[in-house]
Design a protein around this ligand. Sequence first.
Ligand SMILES: [Fe+2]
Length: 318
Amino acid sequence: MLLVLTDVQFEDRPGWTKAMLRRVAKSFKVPDFMHPERTARDFGATPEFWFGTGKAGAKAHMDSHVQATVSVQISGRKRWRLMPLRQRDAPFLAMIYSDGQPYENDEGWQPLFEIVLEPGEGLFFPPGMIHETMNVGDVCASSVTFQFNYPYAARFYRRFFPRVRYTADIGESWVLIKEWARLGLHGDKKGKGEPYDQARQRADVGKHFAKLDKDGDGRLTEAELSFLDSPAINAIAWHDLDGDEAISLEEFREGFAYWSDVTSSAIKATPKEWRKFQLFGTIENLEDIPQGLAKKMRQAALAEERRLKAAKEQQSEL
Ligand SMILES: [Fe+2]
């Protein structure tokens, strides 16, 4: 049986002081390969400590934030099991991976990775990873978890964009990805996208590229993209397929059309009355959709997935 940790916010409790947090931040050294000059603030602001006895842990869930996570084991041992988000047939507009829900979904709980962290070891995982923890052994286990933004997991988002765009639990990333894909190209405020061929043929994509390419060398670099809201390194990671750390016109055309196509197909596959929730500006955060409506949306998407799956199976039998 799994025991759930009680979430105690020490920040609000007597005895907890800012000085203690500073001490924690001071004794944690961000390793060089994690860009301490850009991530120190994230690491200083997000430590979460977890204490628990044997068999205590967190039920399987996906965090809805868009940052990557690092968990460092301080004492005791903790088992982690992780499952990547899967390919879907129907788009989801309501969360299906909140605490404990992965055990009940049709797809089942099929962790792909299992690891036991020993004291001093750390685990890194990208956003969108479903995870479950359990302390192993009888002693009190303690660990500290951090989230960080620099860089965002932009290559992960590019590689798995259809899964990401069809899974509401990670819907916070949709706004970010739109910015990377468009590089500030005007229009499409609501993020509707358009079919691939149409997007590939757009004349304004080429014009926009030429405008951004200040030195005219045919490559967009970090300096030329410094106007973006999130560091340019993320947008470059989204587009850059040949690994030269810059964006060519062809890469921009492709990265833009790919985003556009997946986005428009997610919207098209959503029942008409709910399409507005797929668009920016309707609702700040998908978590704010009223519970009754969210339940209806979830059930409709699950039913649609079952229908599409059955249709596929029937097709392969013929
Ligand atoms: Fe979590």
